[in-house]
Design a protein around this ligand. Structure first.
Ligand code: PBG
Length: 334
């Protein structure tokens, strides 16, 4: 280090010195992923009231939205579908002509350069809103009467992943937090000969109140109970390391921490301890908080958002999924 330790301020004296001594690489639009919600049966986009600037899109608008994202310099999208009909077993989730499958085909045809990630879960497709198949006997006397049947669910997650791969997805992202889900998907992709499709596992996904606005956007709140029997307890961090290490064993290509801002310690530990490609998901509630404060004029939106994204990168995230992706890309390149 060129500066004596008692002259720390010398590093901060000009923009040039500050840049010279930066420890984290410059935040780039290339680090970002933008979510897209696609809704069946609508003809005009709907704004999500708790997430100003974020919409549910009809199929007709999906290609233009992907193009807008790519034009801003953001290289990837993650897709969520809202089907017209839901059922007990979430059968729409793996339908050949399901919402996400159709959206993938549209984007791959019209905007082939963009990386397409499909979120693999059942909560948008089940009438009860849980992330898998429910089974009464599985509860085995535990607190809730109905519990998600892990092994029946991972079989379906495999089918969803294959249907996305068939439609042209580059990456599948299982978010159901079922045990063995990465292996089930890996096996299904291998058997169906899609070895190039990558798996981005929501490996450390916490049961979080920060998902509130998403459940409006994806119309997927659980009709009863909550997700604490499958998503992680936010008091834990060793468990995140273990879950993620298991996912690597099972064949994950990229790990993920979700939510992001309240879990930077997890991002940091995972990067240090496992040194594996790592994404984080700055979720709907995080976006909603920034938007609400900015609308009141309480914060400089651009500055706080970029500072937060840099914080996630500094913590160790290689990739950041954020509803701010396009806005941040514009701020970064202006
Ligand atoms: C599906 C899923 C959720 C989110 C991403 N995938 C909701 C949940 O688990 O309840 C949340 C994303 C966000 O809040 O932005 N399981």
């Amino acid at each position: 280090m060129a500066f004596p330790e008692d002259r720390m301020r010398d590093k901060r004296i000009t923009e040039e010195t500050r840049r010279k001594y930066r420890e984290t690489g410059e935040l780039s639009p290339k680090d970002l992923v933008m979510p897209i919600f696609v809704k069946e049966g609508i003809s005009k986009k709907n704004e999500i009231s708790s997430m100003p600037g974020i919409y549910q899109f009809p199929f007709e608008d999906v290609a233009a939205e992907a193009q807008r994202i790519l034009d801003a310099g953001v290289p990837a999208v993650i897709l969520f579908g809202i089907p017209e009909k839901k059922d007990e077993t979430g059968s729409g989730s793996y339908a050949e002509n399901g919402v996400v499958q159709k959206a993938i085909r549209i984007i791959k045809e019209k905007v082939p350069e963009i990386t397409v990630i499909g979120d693999v879960c059942m909560c948008e497709y089940t009438s009860h809103g849980h992330c898998g198949i429910l089974n009464k006997s599985e509860s085995r006397g535990r607190e809730s009467e109905y519990i998600v049947d892990n092994d029946a669910t991972i079989e379906i997650l495999g089918k969803i992943a294959v249907s996305y791969a068939k439609a042209g997805a580059d990456i599948v992202a299982p978010s159901a937090m079922m045990d063995g889900q990465v292996k089930a998907i890996k096996d299904a992709l291998t058997v169906n000969v899609y070895p190039d499709v990558k798996i981005m596992s929501y490996s450390a996904k916490y049961a979080s109140a920060f998902y509130g606005p998403f459940r409006d956007a994806a119309e997927s709140p659980p009709r009863f109970g909550d997700r604490r029997t499958y998503q992680m307890d936010h008091y834990n961090s060793d468990e995140a390391i273990l879950e993620s290490a298991m996912d690597i064993e099972e064949g994950a290509d990229i790990l993920m921490v979700k939510p992001a801002l309240a879990y930077q310690d997890i991002i940091c530990r995972l990067k240090k301890e496992l040194n594996f490609p790592l994404a984080c998901y700055s979720v709907s509630g995080e976006y909603a908080m920034f938007k609400a404060a900015a609308a009141k004029g309480y914060l400089n939106e651009e500055k706080v958002v970029l500072e937060s994204l840099v914080g996630l990168k500094r913590a160790g995230a290689d990739t950041i999924i954020t509803y701010y992706a396009v806005e941040a890309a514009k701020w970064l390149t202006k």
